[in-house]
Every structure is written in structure tokens, then in C-alpha cells.
Design a protein around this ligand. Structure first.
Ligand SMILES: [Zn+2]
Length: 271
């Protein structure tokens, strides 16, 4: 009985719906059955999207190049900690987003999910003061960064040790390769270049458990073999010391950077 009542009610509903639908034409032999309304589904969880999609041809992402962050400024490879702090603060205050090199790789190639004002912070050589001076400042502002490590120098002559490397890696600072011995790659044979690139990558991946994607050429020196060796040993990007902002058309194995020197204002460096 209940079932019959329910069917009757449903038929009545259909008739009311079709009668009220002003678009039904009088000469239609049969009213089209009202479509079942699509039930409201639970909102699907979308992947976190923090940026927008842009044409990668137009991307110009500054990759800042620092070395040592120290009070003892002897040359233009050393930035005093108070200046570094002010520069990081300027980035945050002005809406810049520090991204890692792995993120940069994807953005340069696809142009997808690019945050507003992206910037990459890199340090060359793996100095101890990257850990003692730069790292606390990066943490203070919640900034990501990347360090190009000379693997043979780890824990030697003013370079941070494995414990510091692992701690910073865990925090989100990417450890990337600056070769094993910091030799000028263009002076080495192809096979020796491969050895430098392969061994340093393996050491860092063993220490961090994360993939090493980038190589920074010591003293910015490279040749055609270097680019081939980098690709052959599994790197996605190679960095020079040439000046400029990164775009994929620079060549993914010859990406330029912005050199940070003491006394430099971030505003003029980055814009
Ligand atoms: Zn170096």
C-alpha cells in the first residue's frame, strides 16, 4: 500500500513539474520526464593550489646566489648576517615566495602553480655559517632555501658537518651538488666530470634520502661535456654564475643567477 502511494506521489510530482515547466510545447505527444536532480555531492578535495598557471616562456625567476653569511667580511662572497636578515625580511614584507630548486624545475618547464613573486635562495660551497648564521634567519622568516654542497668538504675547513646537513634538509633546505672536489669542470675529461657529478649526487642522496636535481658548476666553469654529463647523471638543472633571472630558454643546464654582494639592496637585486 505504502509503495503504491509513493509511486502515485512520484507521478503527481512529475505532472506538476512538467506543467510548471513553461518550455513544454503543447504539441509534444509525451512530456519529457523530469530529470532527476543531481544529488549534492561532498566537495571533492582538490590538491593544494598556491599559485597560478602562467606561460613558461614569460617566466623570469630570480635565483639568488649567496656564499658565506658572516660578520667577517673579507670579500664580496661574504654577506653580513644583519644585511642577510634585512634582505630576507624585505622579501617577506614585499610578498615574495621562496621556492626550492625542485619546485623551480617544474615551474620553469610547465609554468604551472607559480606563486606570486617567486624567488629562489641558494648558497654555494656549504659553509659552516650557512648553518650557524643563515639557517636561524631563514627559520625566523619561514623561508625555504637550497645549498650547493661540495661533498668532499663536508665537516672540513669551515664547512658544516653531516648532522647540520641532515637537520637543515629535514627543515626543507634542499641539499644540491657543487661536485665532490670543486674543480673547474671544463678542465676535466668527460669521464671525470661524470665521476664528480655522479659521486656527489650519490653522497647527498644517501645523507638526505632526497633526490638531488641540481648541480652548480664550481666557479661557474663548464663546457659542452658538462651539460651532457649533467643530463647523463640524472640532473634536471645546471647553474652558472652568469647574471640574470631564470627562464627555460636559458637552457636548463645553463641557468643564470643573481649574485648577492655585501651592501646590496634586495630591491635593486631582484627587480
Ligand atoms: Zn663554489
Amino acid at each position: 500500500m505504502k509503495k503504491i502511494l509513493r509511486i502515485g506521489f512520484a507521478v503527481l510530482c512529475c505532472l506538476v513539474v512538467s506543467a510548471c515547466g513553461g518550455q513544454n510545447e503543447a504539441n509534444k505527444p509525451e512530456p519529457t520526464p523530469a530529470k532527476k536532480p543531481v544529488p549534492a555531492t561532498k566537495q571533492e578535495e582538490k590538491p593544494v593550489k598556491t599559485g597560478t598557471d602562467v606561460n613558461p616562456e614569460t617566466l623570469q625567476i630570480p635565483v639568488l646566489m649567496y656564499h658565506s653569511i658572516n660578520t667577517n667580511v673579507k670579500n664580496n662572497l661574504i654577506t653580513p648576517p644583519n644585511e642577510f636578515d634585512a634582505q630576507m625580511k624585505w622579501l617577506v614584507d614585499n610578498g615574495y615566495h621562496a621556492i626550492t630548486l625542485s619546485e623551480l624545475d617544474l615551474m620553469l618547464i610547465t609554468g604551472k602553480n607559480v606563486p606570486d613573486k617567486p624567488v629562489v635562495i641558494t648558497f654555494d660551497d656549504g659553509y659552516q655559517d650557512n648553518y650557524t648564521n643563515a639557517y636561524p634567519i631563514l627559520k625566523k622568516y619561514g623561508l625555504k632555501a637550497n645549498i650547493f654542497v661540495i661533498t668532499d668538504k663536508i665537516a672540513k675547513n669551515n664547512h658544516f658537518d653531516e648532522a647540520a646537513l641532515k637537520e637543515m634538509s629535514k627543515y626543507g633546505i634542499e641539499m644540491e651538488s657543487h661536485t665532490v672536489h670543486h674543480q673547474e669542470l671544463n678542465t676535466l675529461s668527460y669521464d671525470d666530470q661524470v665521476k664528480e657529478l655522479k659521486e656527489s649526487k650519490a653522497v647527498l642522496e644517501h645523507l638526505t634520502g632526497k633526490t638531488v636535481n641540481s648541480i652548480c658548476y664550481p666557479v661557474g666553469r663548464y663546457n659542452e661535456n658538462t651539460k651532457r654529463a649533467a643530463e647523463a647523471t640524472g640532473y634536471k638543472m645546471g647553474f652558472t654564475t652568469e647574471a640574470g633571472k631564470a627562464n627555460k630558454n636559458d637552457g636548463m643546464y645553463t641557468l643564470p643567477r643573481v649574485r648577492m654582494v655585501p651592501g646590496m639592496q634586495m630591491k635593486s637585486a631582484i627587480q
